[in-house]
Design a protein around this ligand. Structure first.
Ligand SMILES: C[S@@+](CC[C@H](N)C(=O)[O-])C[C@H]1O[C@@H](n2cnc3c(N)ncnc32)[C@H](O)[C@@H]1O
Length: 447
């Protein structure tokens, strides 16, 4: 297909996107639109159009840009991580938000954030060249739609006075900080890990020269603030999963009142909260490691105390690596948990559930879906030509790189449908359906 046909695809979908926003009386946000919410954000049809635009635009760039530049730019991706990490650590977005629409000259920004002028200029120009922050006059910068996501939504003075508690749950500042710090530290070890098979359990263990697991690392003295940062990151990421998708995933409407739903590795119960709000007539058991009990009770005590009082929602300390105490539940549910575990462990975890499942029990897993970049033999393409079958960086979105994170931290992976079928057949389950989405819903029944 010719380049201009690809560009036409880009143009026709851009027009569709504009029409979709116009239908609800809005215009497509520009990079200067600072407000983050729009009626169209949660519309799956809009999401699909957006994915095609991003996939087509990226394919145009990769086609047109001199290939030697492309390869060098790709391999320098780690420099973006560094630049974002510095911008976040020195609170650039918060300082600019306080300064207002005229923004700040780097001399003034330097005085406010406590970093030298030249470093600020270089980081800001690197990021503004990638449409993160905007240079409105030479060396004067303002926030834009992307950079505001790094704001911690607290006064700069408070952030500086209490750096250990600076992360709230409604921004991506924690995600940027965690990635540029805890994760970046591990990334050089993936190739070393592959060169020395069997020496360490994961690249994470190799980097830390310790057998402590990822979760145990956060429990070590001195890492309390890291745990808070990671929890804020998880909550802000989790807030992008819509509550309907969780209720739909367990097919709540089809369950009899009082049916038991077990949320395994449920943390403090954010997914359960979505299910409880949609289906308060069911009975929920959140299972996680014992240290999560206190936080869970605090969270539910504040958000839905009646659920705890009536025992509609209970917390049960339990490791899913051990035999499952809740027999014959209607649904055993995992959200973004199994991708943290290698195949052998997932088989063990699913076998424990199979051992206690009733014939009608369902196992419902919300996890990312890895799709092939090409059409599978014998199947028809689901996307417009000449786009990649998984829509490339648009379709896999953050879960493309998250697969590598899983590899580095847990020696685990994001799975294809075929991977899950194999795991199911080894553990006594059958994969009934896979519903694609930001997180795919895998539904299993007993064999
Ligand atoms: C990525 S979080 C997902 C949390 C939650 N499902 C959600 O969607 O927000 C993974 C969870 O697995 C829990 N976990 C780790 N090992 C576990 C084990 N052996 N048994 C039970 N839970 C475990 C962690 O404590 C953490 O809460």
């Amino acid at each position: 297909m010719s380049l201009s046909a690809l560009a036409e695809l880009l143009l026709s979908n851009t027009k569709e996107l504009e029409a979709a926003y116009a239908k609800v009386g809005e215009t497509v946000p520009t990079l200067e639109t600072l407000s983050q919410t729009s009626a169209s954000d949660a519309d799956p049809a809009v999401d699909q159009i957006r994915d095609i635009i991003v996939a087509a635009a990226h394919q145009v760039i990769q086609t047109v840009r001199p290939v030697h530049e492309t390869l060098q730019l790709e391999v320098m991706g780690v420099l973006s991580t560094n630049a974002l990490g510095i911008a976040e650590e020195y609170n650039f977005a918060d300082a600019l938000a306080e300064a207002g629409p005229k923004g700040l000259h780097i001399d003034e920004l330097s005085a406010r954030v406590g970093l030298d002028i030249q470093s600020i200029e270089r980081v800001m120009r690197f990021l503004a060249s990638r449409h993160i922050f905007k240079e409105v006059l030479p060396n004067t910068f303002v926030n834009n739609r992307i950079s505001t996501l790094m704001q911690k939504n607290k006064p700069l003075a408070e952030i500086k006075a209490n750096p250990d508690t600076r992360y709230s749950e409604d921004t991506l500042a924690a995600a940027v900080s965690y990635t540029a710090d805890d994760l970046l530290l591990v990334t050089p070890y993936l190739s070393k890990f592959l060169r020395n098979p069997g020496e360490w359990e994961t690249p994470f263990n190799m980097a830390h020269q310790s057998h402590a697991k990822f979760w145990e690392y956060f429990d070590q003295p001195g890492n309390e603030w890291r745990l808070r940062r990671f929890a804020a990151f998880m909550k802000s990421a989790g807030s992008h999963y819509t509550s309907e998708s969780v209720g739909e995933a367990i097919n709540g409407k089809s369950l009899a009142p009082g049916s038991v739903v077990v949320d395994l590795g449920g943390s403090t119960g954010h997914a359960t909260m979505s299910m409880y709000k949609s289906f308060p007539n069911l009975k929920y058991i959140i299972q996680d490691l014992p240290e999560l009990e206190k936080g869970t009770k605090e969270y539910w005590g504040a958000e839905a105390p009646e659920a705890l009082q009536s025992s509609t929602v209970t917390f049960m300390p339990h490791s899913f690596l051990d035999p499952q105490p809740v027999k014959g539940a209607a649904v055993y549910f995992f959200r973004v948990v199994l991708h943290n575990w290698p195949d052998k462990k997932v088989v063990q975890i699913m076998k424990h559930l199979r051992d206690v499942a009733a014939p009608t029990s369902k196992l419902v897993v919300l996890d990312p879906l890895q799709e092939y970049t090409c059409v599978e033999p014998g199947k028809k393409s689901k996307v417009p030509a000449p786009l990649l079958e998984n829509l490339g960086i648009a379709g896999t979105s953050v879960f493309g790189p998250v697969d590598f994170q899983m590899w580095m931290l847990f020696n685990s992976r994001e799975r294809t449908e075929e991977n899950f079928r194999g795991i199911a057949s080894e553990s006594g389950w059958k994969l009934d359906s896979v519903k694609p989405g930001m997180l795919a819903t895998y539904t299993f029944s007993v064999v």
